[in-house]
Design a protein around this ligand. Structure first.
Ligand SMILES: [Zn+2]
Length: 82
């Protein structure tokens, strides 16, 4: 699988570190309920199909949100994070 880094262009996925679903960028508020924090920290989806994941390109330090199909591994979009 090749991922297009926002800074470097297409690179082998082994140059990237996977950080999970991009939805986890949306942390609960500090005063959120224990249930909200439990869901954020411990419950994970395992979708079959399109997902948005957070990846880090180790050589240049760029973060990217990658939209891909978990069945075919086809990547449909890569968004850089500032
Ligand atoms: Zn890069």
């Amino acid at each position: 699988m090749r991922i297009s880094c926002p800074c470097c262009g297409p690179r082998d996925r082994r140059e990237f570190t996977y950080y999970g679903a991009a939805v986890y960028l949306n942390r609960p508020a500090a005063d959120a309920s224990a249930g909200d924090w439990d869901e954020y920290l411990h419950l994970r989806d395992n979708p079959a199909g399109e997902t948005r994941d957070l990846w880090y390109h180790d050589p240049c330090g760029a973060w990217a949100v990658v939209t891909r199909d978990t069945i075919s591994h086809a990547i449909s979009a890569v968004e850089g994070l500032v």
